[in-house]
Ligand binder design. Structure first.
Ligand SMILES: [Zn+2]
Length: 174
């Protein structure tokens, strides 16, 4: 249902167009990356190319991420459109040499078979930043800076107190 057999499809047509509504349970996004709560809409257009299959993917949806600074949950828009090339694994048909310069290439796990959910999951993961921010000028957790200072100050005080005590006890020098 969510896999496309391109060999069969291109026997009868030279262009494939499909629309999908992928549910969170189809996408199985790892929860440490983000949480998808609503279905993601996907449009695919695939044409056969001498170098593989050219695929245009457009994605519409949202993902919930945790801001890496303030740790608040926020929603990121996943809307994107991308064209890439799908190729069978390099050793299968020797297509590895034909690497186009301008298109991103993905290799198919199974020759001529596209797993739509997996393809979309990969694109979603690629579009999520390593350190998500709820806004570019997020100021972090309110009060965190203050707490941090309060934690370090007593330590410094302890250290200098210890040094002073040593000095007074005559260990510090002469
Ligand atoms: Zn934030």
């Amino acid at each position: 249902m969510l896999t496309l057999d391109l060999k069969e499809i291109f026997k009868i047509s030279d262009r494939f167009v499909g629309s999908y509504e992928l549910k969170p349970e189809d996408l199985k996004l790892p929860s440490e990356i983000g949480v998808i709560k609503e279905p993601v809409n996907v449009n695919l257009e695939i044409t056969k190319d001498k170098e593989g299959y050219k695929i245009r993917i457009s994605i519409e949806g949202n993902v919930e991420l945790e801001c890496s600074r303030c740790l608040e949950t926020y929603v990121k828009d996943l809307t994107q459109e991308k064209t890439k090339l799908l190729q069978n694994t390099p050793n299968e048909e020797g297509v590895f040499m034909l690497k186009p310069k301008d298109l991103e290439v993905s290799f198919l796990e199974e020759p001529d078979i596209v797993d739509v959910a997996q393809l979309v999951r990969e694109e979603i993961i690629l579009s999520i930043p390593m350190k998500p921010l709820c806004s570019p000028d997020c100021r972090g957790i309110p009060g965190y800076q203050v707490e941090f200072e309060e934690e370090t100050k007593p330590q410094k005080r302890n250290n200098s107190f210890a040094i002073l005590k040593d000095l007074l006890a005559g260990k510090g020098g002469r």
